[in-house]
Write a protein that binds this ligand. Structure first.
Ligand code: GCU
Length: 403
């Protein structure tokens, strides 16, 4: 018996040592063990380099990173239906659009769902893009589940509980009732309907849509345009109002692009946008461009491949993208243990892009009333209990009823 226990104990120690070695040699695991600073590192000075002129930045962001954003999708067919006039405890009206969006030969079905507060029909609208289909994000009767989707967050099922357990209570469904009560509409889009979010299927659809493009857009560029399309539809049918592009992680990248490119987007909440979002591309911490391209080759345009091995040599920076947001209110959300999304890299780029307008003196400063706000909470990657109160405080300050 004693011998067996010794063997088990030795094996356990070997497994532990092997695990620690594996952790130490894996970039992502090493990153998981780090924390982003709340204070400025001693002696740190903002990057003094001048920003690129806006037109040059616009052109380089397309040729070197995202691909051609001038290829705007046309809406081939659309229909809208009011699904309920008393959704979410009678507070809201639920409308759904079914669209066929075509680029060239390819045509894809995309659904848009919107809940507007009955008490405030011309309220500002938070346009969201999500990792899960619309019926998970806005779990109300009649909201369409995309039949061609291979992905379902399964509402309250096991997968759903796992998602919220790991990535926070609001990773799938936002606090809809609070959002309506505070006087905002909320719209959901599932961008994978347009370009599937997988390397193989995503590439196949991009190739079918842009067979002749010299610099075909990547999925991030195409997805980002859905924000403007949604704003246009809602405005046409329900009247003009401010539109705020909101997204987490990959869809925080698209929200920033939409804010930079589209006049229809009035503000941005980009939560944990990371690499190809607000964060530096060549930090020691954070997701390397090469890792992103190897896991998600369909996200960028073809130009980024040239810089995968040496992103420091990119002729355009995230600061230039942030600069293109002009004076729109922008909130960059972050979490201290989400170093893969590089909160400190986002702080540095924001300082360089926005200078004095970026009033956060240190990463720990959150001022929701600042036009360019930076939110850093404890914890990891996801949308947790503390995040929506911060988002809503920011929205109230810039788009709220008192504005
Ligand atoms: C991966 C990817 C990130 C992305 C994130 C997400 O971690 O490397 O770039 O932001 O997925 O979308 O959750």
């Amino acid at each position: 018996m004693r011998n067996i226990l010794d063997v088990v104990w030795t094996l356990a120690k070997l497994v532990l040592i092997a695990g620690l070695i594996a952790l130490g040699s894996c970039t992502m695991a090493r990153t998981l063990l780090k924390q982003a600073p709340t204070e400025l590192p001693e002696g740190w000075q903002p990057d003094p380099r001048a920003l690129l002129p806006e037109e040059l930045a616009r052109s380089l962001l397309q040729t070197e990173i995202y691909g051609d954003l001038s290829l705007v999708p046309g809406i081939a067919v659309r229909s809208s239906a009011v699904l309920s006039g008393s959704a979410v405890e009678g507070l809201g009206t639920l409308t759904q659009w079914q669209l066929k969006i075509g680029y060239g030969a390819a045509e894809r079905r995309v659904d848009l769902v919107l809940v507007m507060p009955n008490a405030h029909p011309s309220a500002p609208v938070i346009l969201s893009q999500n990792f899960c289909p619309n019926d998970d994000v806005v779990p109300l009767p009649g909201v369409a589940y995309p039949s061609d989707s291979s992905f379902d967050c399964a509402g309250g099922g096991l997968f759903g509980s796992l998602m919220t357990g790991i990535f926070g209570r609001y990773i799938v469904t936002p606090p809809l009732q609070t959002i309506l009560e505070r006087g905002y509409g909320f719209a959901a889009l599932y961008p994978s309907q347009l370009i599937p979010d997988s390397a193989e299927d995503g590439m196949a659809v991009l190739d079918a849509m842009f067979p002749a493009a010299d610099n075909r857009p990547g999925a991030l560029a195409v997805w980002s345009q859905l924000f403007g399309i949604a704003a246009e539809l809602i405005e046409e049918e329900q009247g003009s109002r401010p539109f705020i592009a909101y997204g987490h992680s990959r869809f925080a990248k698209t929200a920033l692009l939409a804010g930079a490119w589209s006049d229809r987007i009035d503000g941005v909440i980009a939560h944990q946008s990371g690499t190809l979002g607000a964060s530096s591309v060549d930090d020691e911490d954070g997701e390397p461009v090469s890792a992103l391209l190897s896991s998600y080759p369909h996200w960028a345009g073809p130009g980024l491949e040239r810089h995968a091995g040496n992103p420091s040599a990119l002729p355009v920076d995230p600061a230039d993208l942030l600069n293109m947001l002009g004076d729109k209110p922008v909130l960059l959300g972050n979490a201290r243990r989400d170093v893969w999304s590089d909160p400190w890299g986002a702080f540095k780029e924001a300082k360089r892009a926005w200078g004095e307008d970026f009033t956060a003196a240190r990463p720990g400063d959150f001022d929701p009333a600042a036009r360019k706000a930076y939110w850093l909470r404890p914890g990891t990657h996801g949308v947790v209990k503390e995040d929506w109160p911060a988002f809503l405080a920011f929205l109230d300050a810039h788009f709220g009823k008192a504005q």
